[in-house]
Design a protein around this ligand. Structure first.
Ligand code: DX5
Length: 224
């Protein structure tokens, strides 16, 4: 695993000034920016779609990833790639034909990734690992930011890390939900190497750059 990657979610940002928030995140040295797309059906909340992502694409150079908390996302995949997302994350639970959808993401020229809700076992992705470059383990039940980290997901992270390390191609392991200074070390020690963080990062009074550097250092020291 390389050095830990810090990926902010813009869910807690001021949506009226999203471009500026992305610019500030880029200046703070984040590795990517994640957009939490929620359809009000797969999860109870409703956020934004590809047009909002496209509107802020030119504000910052870092890669974008769309986390699609969307039922049957197949018909809209191309919109997120056209909006400027280098990676598209779909939920295993939201795709009746997950293998086909991940192949569609790759055919669009984007990196494909699959997310698992807390109740979904690791083996749900056993037969699609050849199609993805990232697996996302949700450490909260998706739908809102600011929820408590589920440490009970760490055994699943460790199980996936063992399986991913046995592959002949690199696959990142990302966690999302309740990640902050008090929780990132446990997730890193379990085997995660990419960390999505929202409310904790935006709440850091010392500023975004200090928060990013602190989280990266805590994750690195947990696996040193
Ligand atoms: C849940 C969202 C959140 C968000 C990060 O549906 O996916 O996990 O990205 O939220 P925090 O870091 O505030 O828990």
């Amino acid at each position: 695993m390389g050095s830990p990657l810090i990926v902010p979610s813009v869910l807690p940002a001021d949506f009226a000034r999203l471009g500026e928030a992305c610019q500030q995140l880029g200046a703070a040295g984040v590795d990517r920016i994640q957009f939490d797309v929620m359809d009000g059906h797969f999860v109870p909340n409703l956020t934004f779609g590809p047009d909002v992502i496209a509107a802020v694409r030119s504000w910052v150079d870092v890669p974008f990833e769309a986390h699609l908390m969307v039922d049957e996302p197949g018909p809209t995949l191309a919109r997120y790639v056209e909006a400027g997302c280098q990676r598209v994350i779909v939920h295993a639970e939201a795709c009746r034909h997950l293998h086909r959808v991940l192949g569609q993401v790759r055919d669009l020229g984007a990196e494909a990734a699959v997310a698992l809700n807390p109740a979904t076992p690791a083996h749900a992705v056993a037969h699609v690992l050849d199609l993805v470059d990232l697996v996302l383990v949700m450490t909260v039940n998706p739908g809102w930011g600011g929820q408590a980290y589920l440490a009970s997901m760490e055994p699943k992270v460790a199980e996936l890390r063992r399986g991913l390390d046995a592959l002949d191609h690199p696959v990142d392991l990302e966690v999302d939900g309740g990640i902050g200074p008090a929780t990132i070390a446990g997730a890193a020690a379990a085997g995660a190497n990419v960390f999505v963080t929202g409310s904790s990062l935006f709440a850091e009074e010392a500023g975004l750059r200090a928060a990013v550097e602190d989280l990266r250092a805590r994750a690195a020291s947990a696996t040193a």
